[in-house]
Design a protein around this ligand. Structure first.
Ligand SMILES: Cc1cc2nc3c(=O)[nH]c(=O)nc-3n(C[C@H](O)[C@H](O)[C@H](O)COP(=O)(O)O)c2cc1C
Length: 223
């Protein structure tokens, strides 16, 4: 097995988990996942990410507050959400959305069902652990870029450790609440959460895998 095929095996096992077991992950394993993810490159080695890891009590407190805000329809992210997805982006978004709905049995036009699935975000899909990832505002989009690399590496390191993950921008939409619960410094922006734990392999939401674009949609040779 070449190193690339070993790496691919980890990439192929990773997926966004939307149904977790209660079983907590040992603290030493969480520390190893974070330390592995810290190995990603960042501009001038600034390593701008911070990880706020919630205790079970804080997780439940945040969940209750987010659920109330979601039901009230509030949305105020620190970093603006995309205004629209068009063309291929719109198509890919729709495909993965329908994969999820099909898996959990939400049919076209079932607004209650799609809303119920959306609200699962604020239960963190039953994950025992929630980490909030933040970026220093002064580093702007390049800080966000570096933190994105960290988020990806976190998910892959976790996969290698047998731990399932899901990055969640949904919680960044409720930034004022998140900031308050984790007591985030004024000079940082909430990027996303990563909910993680052990996969519930029987959960309907975990029964599909997303696809990827063909190479010719991504690779542009410049002659
Ligand atoms: C930055 C980021 C934010 C995301 N936010 C959410 C979210 O709020 N809720 C959700 O269900 N999935 C979320 N996802 C998961 C994506 O939907 C998922 O990565 C994508 O559909 C590809 O599927 P895969 O991760 O299973 O390969 C997010 C992923 C990333 C990288």
């Amino acid at each position: 097995m070449t190193e690339l095929s070993s790496l691919n095996a980890i990439f192929d096992r990773r997926f966004s988990c939307r149904g977790f077991l209660n079983t907590p992950v040992e603290r030493s394993v969480i520390a190893q996942i974070i330390q592995t993810a810290q190995k990603v490159p960042s501009w001038c080695n600034s390593q701008p990410w911070q990880v706020h890891l919630l205790s079970p009590q804080k997780r439940d407190d945040l969940s209750a507050r987010l659920m109330d805000a979601a039901l009230a329809g509030q949305e105020t992210p620190d970093i603006a959400f995309p205004q629209r997805y068009s063309g291929a982006y719109k198509h890919r978004r729709s495909v993965c959305g329908w994969q999820l709905y099909d898996a959990v049995g939400v049919e076209k036009g079932d607004r209650d069902g799609s809303r119920r699935q959306m609200l699962e975000n604020y239960r963190f899909f039953g994950a025992p652990h929630v980490a909030v990832i933040s970026t220093p505002r002064e580093l702007g989009p390049y800080g966000v870029l570096d933190c994105g690399a960290f988020v990806t590496a976190f998910t892959l390191a976790a996969t290698a450790a047998g731990v399932a993950t899901i990055p969640q921008a949904a919680i960044a939409g409720m930034s004022p609440i998140v900031r308050k619960v984790i007591n985030l410094a004024d000079d940082r922006d909430v990027l996303c959460a990563i909910s993680f734990g052990y996969v519930d392999t029987d959960h309907p939401a975990n029964q599909f895998r997303t696809n990827r674009a063909d190479l010719d949609e991504v690779l542009i040779d410049v002659d």
